[in-house]
Design a protein around this ligand. Structure first.
Ligand code: NAP
Length: 326
């Protein structure tokens, strides 16, 4: 699979990355419903087989479960795969999640991630959320300390805005930013992507298929049947009045994909990857069949006409959503 250099680092990421959020299962606030660990491990191995060379996880995904599963999957092949994880979302004995950017908390989190991942280094370590805002410099200094001690290779961030990137950059170069980016979430195009381009910061785009909605495999019935322990059952994207507008747009996207001999999921990923600022699209995967399909997006370059047709569709969707809530 094609790789792209991550910002100024010596990491070359496959353009499709493995997103391990759903591997955390359903048993916590941001769960994805039931997930079988054996499927998860087969999915990771399936991804590596088709050329994916990096995995994105986080301690909070299943309150440790996703990292543990990733750790088990990469046993014996650690050197062949790059691991990105995160810090800043912690939980108490009742599973209640909160934010901490305090130095001691981050150092402790890194130790726990290393233990769960069964490794002695993390390739890319990202501040998951910049909250509370007043502690982001303290957190960034903690990441630099972890780099100096060899526990992480590159410090990075997620969900930061340009101002916050400006704030931490003088302390240490930011390897990459992990923002949301999909056909249904285009806001980073205005400021964040150009900022990252101008400052040689890698971009690893999250939820490129809008949590599965842009795969073409969702219907009103399936959305209505999402179990309570799947956070999508509460997401506005998967509920009225947005759901109907989203599904109508996906139907049109499906026609575009099919006429080019591709699937809607592949179109969603190829669309994200059309931007040169994007290093890799972090593709959420729960089963090996899913990554087999989505990996093929890496070889599809969209032409200008297709991109323009899609822009019209997406603008129309946004207008319809704005009108539906006014
Ligand atoms: N930094 C952050 O704050 C943040 C936030 C969100 C995500 N992320 C990262 O980004 C990754 C990807 O985002 P995401 O998981 O939200 O969503 P995504 O990639 O937009 O969608 C993933 C979901 O789509 C479905 N899917 C995947 N391949 C499919 C296929 N071939 N056919 C049909 N359905 C398919 C799966 O769910 P079903 O099979 O259940 O439909 C899968 O869990 C996460 O795993 C995580 O690593 C980071």
């Amino acid at each position: 699979m094609q790789t792209r250099q991550l910002g100024k680092t010596d990491l070359h990421l496959s353009v499709i990355g493995f997103g391990a959020w759903a591997l955390g299962g359903g048993d916590y606030e941001f769960g994805w419903g039931t997930q079988d660990d054996r499927d998860s491990i087969r999915a990771i191995h399936g991804a590596l087989d088709v050329g994916v060379n990096w995995i994105d996880t986080a301690p909070v995904y299943g309150l440790g479960r996703s990292e543990e599963v990733v750790g088990r999957a990469v046993q014996g092949i650690r050197g062949e795969v790059l691991i990105a994880t995160k810090c800043s979302l912690v939980w108490d004995g009742d599973g209640k999640i909160s934010n901490s950017l305090k130095r001691d908390s981050i150092v402790r989190e890194a130790e726990e991630s290393l233990r769960r991942l069964q490794t002695d280094y993390i390739d890319l370590y990202q501040i998951h959320w910049p909250a509370p805002d007043e502690d982001i410099e303290e957190a960034w200094e903690a990441l630099v300390e972890l780099k100096e001690s060899g526990k992480i290779r590159y410090p990075a961030v997620s969900n930061f805005n340009a101002e916050q990137l400006d704030q931490v950059s003088p302390i240490h170069a930011v390897a990459s930013l992990q923002p949301p980016y999909s056909m249904f979430r285009r806001d980073v195009e205005a400021e964040i992507l150009p900022y990252c381009r101008d400052n040689s910061i890698g971009v690893v785009a999250y939820s490129p298929m809008q949590n599965g909605l842009l795969t073409g495999k969702f219907s009103a019935e399936r959305a209505a049947e999402l179990p309570e322990d799947d956070f999508r059952s509460r997401s506005p994207y998967f509920n009225s009045p947005q759901l109907e507008i989203n599904l109508a747009t996906v139907e049109k996207l499906q026609e575009i994909a099919q006429s080019a001999g591709h699937t809607t999921a592949q179109l969603a990923l190829a669309w994200v990857l059309r931007r040169s600022e994007v290093t890799s699209a972090i593709t959420g995967t729960r089963k090996p069949e899913q990554i087999k399909e989505t990996a093929a997006a890496a070889d599809w370059t969209l032409d200008t006409e297709t991109i323009e047709t899609i822009t019209t569709l997406l603008d129309d969707r946004e207008n319809r959503i704005a009108n539906s809530s006014s």
